[in-house]
Ligand binder design. Structure first.
Ligand SMILES: Nc1ncnc2c1ncn2[C@@H]1O[C@H](COP(=O)(O)OP(=O)(O)O)[C@@H](O)[C@H]1O
Ligand SMILES: [Mg+2]
Length: 458
């Protein structure tokens, strides 16, 4: 067993080991420090390999016969370090309420890695380069959440990756698979029929959102926007197709068409398949609070239509925020909806709504989980509100440095491991994990929708 002398804590919060030579503890190792008659659980956050090797870390809590007391940690002059045992890790999970098993710990002594379901009441940022395994790993976490909590999940799925979330792999067994089989999982698709069609109602959109659909900017298109404002009542009279004849009736002098009618025709908005007409809209489905709703956003004939779906749902959830009914909004490839570079009126409207939910949604139960390839792809006003981080392989030093500025709770030495991650390996940090952890993700229980296409071989 590893043992090191000369551990010391002056402040009862952090600890140092002056000479850790001969031990194999690294950043991310959980250890038990014994000093001044107390045993404490601690996390190594940094190992410097200059001679002699030294360690730095934080104390997590005092180990007692009754378990782990995370409300207390104590200073000591001389302590010894030993490797944590599996039973103590179990105690840590029980004490913190970590029960979603998503993988195994990469640091010694291994064992299951678990997340805290009740801490998905914060926003989560999920980051890693393309192919690092984000979507697959996100699926593992969502399976656990859907199986073991009653928190409704809505998945914005641009690549049809989650469309088979309601099925089980043939080899999937055990309590999570059994629970998943009982859950109400709806998949709405652009090309779907009836209740499985992904649709939005124009009539329900707020006026600024209607203007965004019509690509109207209140300042740049002052006159036309103002006409729209004065037609607010008409705009609530029906769906676009019903409004058009009424707009045409308002044609003023001679044969000159109403500018809004011309605009609607020119944009081809009437031909969009996203409009619900009399059928069920995405807002209706989500309001029924299924355990999970997958919005298969790919498959529309034009890219604006996925923005219409997102905007109508996010606006609706925001308008009902006082109902305080929790929902987890999972946005894969979040740069599609949250990039600081988006500039069409619709995209800006969606992003601004997400910025607002990031800033103020938490207390209303509107929680975000955003996945993307690098931090600069999501608006800073959103990332800065995230209290949970999942980081997969990312080789860019600039991106890692940027993450470090947002996620101070993720030890720098652990962030620095990311370039060496294999596919399916992740760093979890923040409130939703008992301590910052390096994890190898478990296998999925449900089939992936659109996994990578292989090169045909002879
Ligand atoms: N943990 C894993 N185990 C097995 N296959 C995986 C794992 N993670 C990813 N893959 C596979 O690798 C490919 C890329 O993974 P994906 O999750 O789509 O990456 P990303 O979303 O980061 O681009 C997919 O085909 C997926 O099936
Ligand atoms: Mg992906």
């Amino acid at each position: 067993m590893d043992a090191a002398r000369e551990a010391r804590s002056n402040d009862g919060r952090s600890f140092t080991v002056g000479d850790a030579g001969g031990t194999s503890f690294v950043a991310g190792s959980l250890v038990i420090v014994t000093g001044d008659g107390e045993r404490q659980l601690a996390l190594v956050e940094d190992r410097s390999d200059e001679q002699p090797a030294s360690l730095r870390g934080r104390l997590i809590g005092v180990l007692t016969d009754a378990g782990l007391d995370t409300a207390r940690s104590l200073p000591f002059d001389t302590g010894t370090l030993e490797e944590v045992d599996v039973a103590t890790i179990e105690t840590l999970h029980e004490t913190t309420g970590a029960l979603l098993e998503v993988g195994s710990n990469l640091t010694q002594p291994g064992g299951p890695a678990k997340l805290l379901p009740h801490r998905f009441n914060r926003h989560t940022f999920w980051c890693g380069q393309s192919g690092s395994g984000k979507t697959y790993a996100l699926g593992v976490v969502l399976e656990q959440l859907i199986a073991h909590t009653a928190l409704p999940v809505v998945i914005f799925d641009p690549n049809s990756d989650f469309v088979r979330l309601g099925e089980l792999n043939p080899d999937a067994t055990g309590p999570t698979a059994e629970a998943l089989a009982q859950r109400d999982i709806r998949v709405l698709r652009a090309r779907g029929e009836g209740d499985s069609a992904l649709r939005a109602r124009f009539i329900d959109l707020r006026l600024p959102s209607k203007a965004a659909v019509l690509r109207l900017d209140p300042v740049v298109d002052r006159d036309e926007y103002n006409r729209l404002v004065h037609l607010e009542e008409l705009m609530r009279a029906g769906e676009l197709a019903q409004i058009m004849p009424m707009l045409r009736e308002r044609t003023q002098t001679g044969d000159e068409a109403h500018p809004l009618a011309e605009r609607i025709e020119n944009l081809g908005v009437l031909d969009w398949e996203v409009w619900a007409a009399g059928a069920t809209a995405v807002t209706d489905v989500v309001a029924e609070r299924p355990d999970a709703t997958v919005l298969d956003l790919g498959g529309f004939s034009t890219p604006e239509q996925q923005l219409v779906v997102a905007l109508s749902l996010l606006d609706d959830l925001w308008e009902r925020r006082e109902e305080r009914r929790p929902v987890l909004l999972v946005i894969d490839e979040a740069h599609n909806l949250c990039s600081p570079r988006l500039d069409s009126p619709l995209a800006v409207a969606v992003r601004e709504r997400i910025v607002q939910i990031a800033a103020e949604g938490r207390k209303f139960g509107l929680w975000l989980l955003l996945s993307t390839q690098r931090p600069s792809k999501v608006h800073p006003g959103i990332i800065s509100q995230c209290d949970n981080l999942a980081l997969m392989k990312m080789t860019s030093p600039v991106d890692l440095a940027e993450l470090g500025t947002y996620f101070g709770y993720a030890p720098t030495s652990l962030l620095a491991r990311s370039p060496w991650f294999r596919q399916g390996e992740a760093l979890f940090a923040g409130g939703f994990v008992p301590t910052p952890s390096l994890v190898k993700m478990n296998a999925r229980l449900t089939p992936e929708g659109g996994s990578d296409v292989g090169v045909p071989l002879r």
